[in-house]
Design a protein around this ligand. Structure first.
Ligand SMILES: [Zn+2]
Length: 286
């Protein structure tokens, strides 16, 4: 559990020492534990995150309970809502005791995004919580799109001037941007516009967030961190690691014991988490 001041200190440290926090989604307790074990193994700070779909699958209270359990294994766990798209999503997470929120009004017209995010930011700040906003629609879904390229995705890139206006009007503490970082893994990869990121960074003073962190090269990540990225979201690669390991283990049709087929999934998730945290420069920073 972390309060606003502690979370702010984390982001400030990222900007100062040039690394990014890994933000990892989970939808089961063993995946959450794998994330904590990975972060602990490489001594890195991280965020434990659920989208509304993942939060509601577990129930928000159980998601909070899992985070509290992990916090006993290593202090400083941040439970973060990922892509809260309505005010109700935000309220649900606040009521359950989330530490940090992402209000994603990016699919709305600019003015409506400002209105929703400002309302969410007011609630967050009243409760001493961190809030991330989003401008420029990232799109895609957190899974493997092996036969599709990103060309057909409706994508709105973040405009630097709009981003500045948005942060000033809403009071968000961090900002998710779209520079080609579509969610998921795609045939032909992603096209990351680092010049656009540099232009946003020159105008926006809050820490920046990169969603769709699966399948972005180490070189692009390193450059993005020098341009203000302080948090990188990873979901797809964890889902693939977890599900592939379960699928392999269940090829044995006589296997019915979860404690026998789930450890492989946990180890696979942990390995991805460790690799990402090293890539983000976060290893050794906790
Ligand atoms: Zn995202």
């Amino acid at each position: 559990m972390m309060n606003f001041k502690q979370i702010k200190a984390r982001y400030d440290d990222c900007l100062k020492q040039k690394y990014a926090l890994g933000a990892f989604n989970f939808s089961t307790s063993d995946a959450a534990k794998a994330i904590l074990l990975g972060a602990r193994n490489v001594q890195a700070p991280f965020l434990l995150t659920t989208s509304p779909g993942e939060m509601n699958h577990l129930s928000p209270e159980i998601a909070r309970g899992i985070a509290d359990g992990l916090d006993k294994m290593r202090k400083g766990v941040i439970l973060h809502l990922d892509h809260g798209k309505t005010y109700e999503d935000i309220v649900t997470a606040v009521k359950a005791g989330y530490d940090s929120l992402h209000c994603d009004g990016s699919a709305l017209p600019h003015d409506e995004n400002i209105k929703l995010t400002k309302k969410a930011a007011n609630l967050a700040h009243k409760r001493n919580l961190w809030i991330e906003g989003e401008i420029g629609h990232i799109g895609g879904s957190s899974t493997l799109h092996k036969d599709e390229t990103t060309e057909k995705i409706e994508m709105v890139m973040t405009d630097p001037d709009e981003a500045k206006d948005f942060v000033e009007k809403t009071g968000v503490n961090s900002l998710a941007v779209n520079i080609g970082n579509v969610h998921g893994i795609w045939k032909g990869g992603k096209h990351i516009d680092l010049q656009r990121l540099a232009d946003i960074h020159a105008k926006v003073k809050v820490p920046l967030v990169l969603h769709g962190g699966s399948d972005i090269t180490a070189e692009q990540i390193a450059k993005a961190i020098t341009l203000g990225i302080a948090k990188i979201n990873v979901n797809t690669e964890l889902r693939i690691a977890y599900t592939s390991a379960v699928r392999t283990a269940l090829k044995d049709e006589n296997e019915f014991v979860p404690t026998k087929y789930l450890p492989a999934a946990q180890q696979a998730v942990q390995a991805v988490v460790e690799e990402k945290l090293k890539m983000f420069g976060a290893a050794g920073k906790f």
